[in-house]
Design a protein around this ligand. Structure first.
Ligand SMILES: Nc1ncnc2c1ncn2[C@@H]1O[C@H](COP(=O)(O)OS(=O)(=O)O)[C@@H](OP(=O)(O)O)[C@H]1O
Length: 526
């Protein structure tokens, strides 16, 4: 073979390889694109800004044998666990439901919270550190055992203030006293301190203060932290522990009053972390966030802000109920603690896990017109993909329809709107009309107060209509409004009427069956 021929052969081999590479590259690119879209889709299912719960670093490891709550970590495969991959035709669904009576969770190792509420650890610490200072009749001042600065002291009132959330303007004299007590100590004992570094915080659980006053079993004393040399500076009013919706703090110190708060709780010593006695399980994109925020107006409702995904996410569930409990807000025994995670409604093994935790837990489901829900889901997906600069955003039709023009009943978003197939797994469930909730939140909220056995509290004055957003928002104390963020109430894409019609036909029988199961009609077009 001549040198020239040899060179040509090598060249053609190179170009062949290049061609092969090109082919390979294209498929790799496709694969990557697909993976990217899939991961975007996964992301999309955690879109609520409150869904990004950071896992606690010190979360206890969960092992079945050590599980003091007696939960099993897996599904027992009961009949009410409809396999996720199987979409029953309506007739098959009705037949299956009629063959099986309502699920009975009594055989689960259920425990009621009322029996023995799990409490946070309030035992006195045997290693009480050196108290450095005067302890006057009303207040105590001592050095923090884990100082965040060279001089880091705490002032704690002996009077019981369960939590910063319970402060109101009546407590201003106490706060003033705490402040001057601290300043007095510093001016006589320490040089060179900076009064701007005085702050109020919720006392962290298991901190020295809690341990020291552990006999009183109080978590969340109001404490003054003096960070004399540290960087931790924030305004004097309540950085921690006060949900923003309840804050009307502006920058004014001590302006922590909110008429919704119970003013007198000083005799109630049972403020502690409790597992939820109510869960909003779904459905996704039906108004779960607005529902939670609006319910939180009630003084006896304590919400968990983040979507915890405890029961549907194996990683979280394996951390055990100790971890779950840790995420709960402080509450009184008479309070209702509510968590919301919309993925619970459609995840087959979740009901069993929830009822194993608490057999008498109250469940809330909010639903809306299935087609609008589906479009809302798509609007979110498209917006997330756009935000992540995805090159290929499928159209709504591409996602929900098969090439033969049929509805793609395996598409997750399509299935979430098939409320009837998930509904019968739940007991003690109250259903909220999400479409009605947009126009008249109060009537739906009042029904929930009733369902939860709470005194009626939420009223018309708690809301104000935001014409720009087209939604009700919470009226704040200064007559302003607090609305949900812009992820709620996105513009929906225009969908061809024929596609809408097809979807309506697809959902109609399932909707009718759902009405029957719930015992209530919804005004969803058929
Ligand atoms: N008061 C108020 N303010 C804002 N938004 C409201 C309100 N009430 C109900 N909704 C509807 O809530 C829809 C979002 O539902 P979710 O909060 O369940 O979404 S998520 O699953 O948590 O992502 C959201 O859906 P889209 O309009 O499709 O974005 C809203 O229609």
């Amino acid at each position: 073979m001549s040198k020239y021929q040899n060179k040509t052969t090598v060249q053609s081999r190179v170009s062949l390889q290049r061609n092969q590479y090109r082919i390979l590259d294209a498929s790799t690119r496709n694969r990557r694109l697909r993976q990217m879209l899939e991961s975007l889709e996964r992301d999309n299912f955690h879109e609520d800004p409150h869904a990004n719960l950071v896992m606690h670093k010190k979360a206890p490891k969960f092992e079945d044998k050590n599980n003091k709550f007696g939960l099993s970590s897996g599904s027992t495969g009961r009949r009410y666990n409809l396999p996720r991959s199987r979409l029953l035709s309506l007739n098959a669904l009705i037949e299956e439901d009629s063959k099986n009576p309502a699920p009975n969770y009594l055989s689960l190792n259920a425990r009621s919270l009322g029996d023995k509420p799990p409490t946070a650890n309030c035992a006195p610490n045997p290693h009480i550190p050196n108290i450095q200072t005067p302890v006057d009749a009303k207040l105590a001042l001592f050095k923090d055992i884990r100082p965040a600065a060279e001089h880091h002291y705490l002032v704690i009132p002996k009077e019981h203030v369960p939590n910063v959330k319970y402060l109101n303007k009546n407590n201003i004299p106490l706060l003033e006293e705490m402040k001057s007590f601290a300043l007095n100590y510093f001016s006589t004992n320490i040089n060179n301190y900076d009064v701007n570094k005085l702050s109020i915080e919720k006392l962290p659980k298991r901190s020295f203060g809690v341990q020291l006053f552990g006999l009183l079993c109080l978590i969340g004393f109001v404490t003054f932290y003096l960070f004399l040399m540290g960087d931790l500076i924030h305004p004097i009013c309540f950085k921690l522990g006060l949900p923003t919706n309840r804050s009307d703090l502006a920058s004014l110190p001590y302006k922590c009053t909110n008429s919704n708060f119970p003013l007198q709780v000083t005799n109630n010593r049972s403020l502690t972390k409790r597992l939820p006695n109510c869960i909003i399980v779904g459905a996704r994109k039906c108004g779960t966030r607005a529902l939670l925020e609006f319910l939180d107006i009630h003084p006896q409702i304590r919400k968990v802000t983040d979507e915890l995904h405890f029961f549907d996410d194996e990683r979280k569930y394996n951390l055990g109920l100790d971890w779950y409990l840790e995420q709960m807000p402080l509450s009184l025994e008479s309070d209702v603690v509510i968590e919301k995670t919309p993925a619970y409604f459609v995840t087959e093994y979740v009901p069993e896990r929830i009822y194993a935790m608490n057999g008498s837990i109250k469940i809330i489901l909010i639903v809306r017109d299935p087609v609008t829900r589906l479009i809302s889901d798509y609007a979110q997906l498209a917006s997330n993909r756009k935000a992540k600069k995805a090159r290929n955003i499928e159209s709504f039709e591409e996602l929900i329809m098969l090439a033969n023009g049929k509805i793609n009943s395996n598409h997750k978003a399509i299935r979430i709107s098939l409320y009837a197939i998930y509904f019968s797994r739940w007991i003690k469930i109250h259903v909220v009309d999400g479409d009605q909730f947009v126009y008249d939140p109060l009537s739906e909220l009042q029904k929930i107060e009733d369902f939860l056995g709470l005194p009626s509290h939420i009223n018309r004055d708690n809301f104000t209509y935001n014409t720009t957003k087209g939604f009700y928002c919470i009226r704040t104390e200064d007559n302003g409004q607090r609305c949900l963020n812009k992820n709620k109430g996105r513009k929906h894409p225009d969908i061809h009427p024929l596609v809408i019609q097809k979807l309506r036909r697809f959902y109609d029988p399932y909707n009718k069956y759902f009405y029957k199961l719930v015992g209530r009609k919804f005004a969803w077009p058929g």
